[in-house]
Design a protein around this ligand. Structure first.
Ligand SMILES: Nc1ncnc2c1ncn2[C@@H]1O[C@H](COP(=O)(O)OP(=O)(O)OP(=O)(O)O)[C@@H](O)[C@H]1O
Ligand SMILES: [Mg+2]
Length: 309
């Protein structure tokens, strides 16, 4: 099989534990992301999600292991990878508009001043920011507004890989829904690939093609890759009625509630340490039901299959 667009191979991160020892946050984390895929990652606080994202962004180096994008090893930041940080770091001395312009100018050096500004404004408007607000500096904006500027800045640059670290955490439910929809629209209309960290299971199911599940740290790893077998376009109100929805949701809840702890510190056993692929529910038209000779209570549950990659 050919290599995926992004390939994370046996990534291990250790930090000094502050008491003279070593903390192994995650060990041999391995996964791939296909071009154009929307992948979410779920795991408990501290398992190393933000650290993995910083490594994917080229902003940090792992203790061991490699990340490759388009066949090349990631080393150092690049305009091909746009990041929305967990703490939405903006340049504090620039207005919201200038924060977005800054990136667009770097990405499209040939564009006229007007074109750059119009483009930046378009993306700010997309996340619901216009009027006076875009001329304010980050310190004069609310947390949710800062987060939206940060999202506009990343989206406006059309990076090949969009890295989002809990990008909607500071937003109210209504704004969150609107921006999720914008994200799906932007992603659906381009060749962009998205890797997103979230703590929100329903958000992950609504957005993702696949959800990676991490075990608890220390020595965390990516244990499962859950395919989201829900047709697109998805609507927030009807997606929950799909027969696969609750099978997927229950699986994720159980993983985070129990198995993330039970599996902690264990290897997959497979040589490459790749996550197990989980496909829940029906993916195509439902087959005719098999005649049941004896009542089997378990056969009424969702169809759960582990597929080895
Ligand atoms: N630069 C650093 N030096 C030492 N320890 C660090 C450093 N960065 C992260 N850590 C530790 O690594 C672990 C993973 O941190 P990380 O921020 O990646 O977790 P996370 O999965 O993103 O958590 P959350 O869901 O709370 O955001 C934590 O125990 C953290 O204290
Ligand atoms: Mg984090």
């Amino acid at each position: 099989m050919s290599k995926p667009f992004v390939s994370v191979e046996r990534l291990t991160q250790q930090f000094p534990d502050g008491a003279g020892g070593t903390l192994t946050v995650f060990e041999n984390a391995t996964f791939g992301i296909e071009k154009g895929e929307f992948v979410c990652i779920l795991g408990h606080s501290g398992c190393g999600k933000s650290t993995i994202m910083n490594i994917l962004a080229g902003l940090a180096e792992p203790t061991s292991g490699v990340v490759k994008m388009d066949g090349f090893e990631v080393s150092g930041p690049s305009l091909d990878r746009g990041v929305v940080f967990q703490n939405y770091s903006l340049l504090p001395w620039l207005s919201a508009l200038k924060n977005v312009i800054f990136g667009v100018k770097a990405r499209y050096p040939d564009w006229s001043k007007e074109k750059v500004e119009d483009h930046a404004k378009e993306y700010l408007a997309m996340v619901g920011l216009d009027g006076d607000a875009i001329h304010r500096k980050p310190a004069q904006l609310s947390g949710g507004m800062r987060q939206r500027v940060s999202i506009a800045r990343a989206f406006a640059n059309h990076p090949k890989l969009l890295l989002l670290d809990e990008p909607f955490g500071a937003l109210d439910a209504l704004t969150r829904g609107t921006i999720q929809d914008e994200l799906v629209k932007i992603w659906g209309g381009t060749e962009q690939t998205v890797f997103m960290i979230t703590h929100d299971i329903d958000e992950a199911i609504f957005l993702a093609d696949r959800i990676l599940l991490m075990t608890n740290g220390p020595h965390a790893r990516v244990a499962e890759s859950v395919e989201i077998t829900l047709p697109r376009p998805r609507s927030r109100t009807t997606v929950v009625d799909h027969p696969n929805y609750y099978a997927i949701r229950n699986h994720l809840v159980h993983f985070l509630g129990e198995r993330s702890k039970e599996l902690a510190g264990q290897d997959t056993g497979a040589e490459d340490n790749k996550p197990e692929t989980i496909r829940l529910g029906q993916t195509g038209p439902r087959p005719a039901p098999e005649p049941v000779l004896e009542p089997e209570p378990e056969s009424s549950g969702p169809d759960l299959r582990a597929v080895n990659q």
